[in-house]
Design a protein around this ligand. Structure first.
Ligand code: COA
Length: 259
């Protein structure tokens, strides 16, 4: 299903998925996730596509899940954000990401499943889940300590403050840092370099690189989703998200409730 918020284009054997919803800071809604999932599905089976490039614009990647969608979710439907995370974690072809500006929540988590992440020096990442009364998703509670070390992972996931491209590089989230003017072109060049290689060799190498941790990653994603769904229904999370949309500070009297 096409989404006006995800622009798709095939060029040089690269499927380019561009997040484009500037008035909501590129927040991802259900239709955007469906378009991303369908893009990945198509890229995986289409032998004319070797590589996926995920990007926003040079000054904005994504403000994460649409907060209104979190509050208005249908309890009888699996949220598409979850389906997307499971899909990208199992995607078999190489993924390159180009990030400039804000990359919040799933806007950062999804990068852990990209094989190369090129960031502009204006990029600002944030794993803000705890601040929303939520917990990590997309396997980040497993992958981040693995690639960043536990102390840096604690800082990024338990404090949840924004961090810059250099810290993201130190944490193993980012591969290389560019200026905002360079980052999109560099990401395209890298994707093109990958797309010129024999596809079977690329797929086999990616599978081998992920073999030692893929099954634990899949298991963690499922476990996180159980907790994430539970926390979404807590008074603290509902209050924090309502407060964000109403542009007021949250009432903290809900914060000390435990399961
Ligand atoms: N979901 C829904 N709407 C969002 C959004 C999101 N994730 N992020 C931003 N918006 C909306 C804002 O409510 C605002 O709407 P308005 O024009 O009706 O006032 C508009 O987009 C612009 O956002 P604003 O906060 O004014 O932009 P900013 O440049 O000052 O800040 C961010 C940018 C990304 C830092 C900030 O918008 C933010 O923190 N967003 C929420 C991030 C988040 O918590 N995501 C969920 C992670 S699980």
């Amino acid at each position: 299903m096409p989404s006006e918020h995800i622009q798709q284009q095939i060029q040089d054997r690269i499927l380019i998925l561009e997040i484009s919803r500037r008035d909501r800071k590129n927040a991802l809604n259900q239709a955007a996730y469906i378009a991303l999932i369908e893009g990945l599905d198509e890229a995986e089976i289409n032998s004319d596509i070797s590589v996926v490039l995920i990007k926003g614009q040079h000054d904005l990647f994504s403000s994460g899940n649409d907060i209104k969608d979190f509050l208005n979710r249908d309890p009888n439907q699996e949220p598409k954000g979850r389906v997307f995370l499971k899909r990208i974690a199992r995607f078999r072809k190489p993924i390159v990401a180009a990030v400039g500006g804000d990359a919040v929540g799933i806007g950062t988590t999804l990068l852990l499943h990209c094989d190369f992440v090129l960031a502009a020096n204006n990029a600002r990442f944030q794993l803000s889940f705890v601040n929303l009364g939520l917990c990590p998703e997309g396997g980040s509670s497993y992958l981040l300590p693995l690639i960043a070390g536990s102390k840096l992972a604690n800082e990024l996931l338990l404090i949840g403050k924004p961090f810059d491209a250099q810290i993201a590089k130190n944490a193993g989230i980012v591969s290389s840092i560019w200026t905002p003017e360079e980052v999109m072109e560099q990401a395209h060049q890298l994707a093109k370099e990958l797309a010129d290689k024999p596809l079977d060799a690329l797929l086999t190498t990616k599978a081998l690189l992920k073999k030692s941790f893929q099954s634990h990653l899949n298991q963690t994603i499922d476990e996180e989703l159980v907790e994430f769904s539970r926390l979404l229904n807590t008074p603290a999370s509902t209050e924090i998200m309502s407060a964000f949309l109403e542009k007021r500070p949250p009432d903290k009297s809900t914060f000390n409730l435990m399961k």
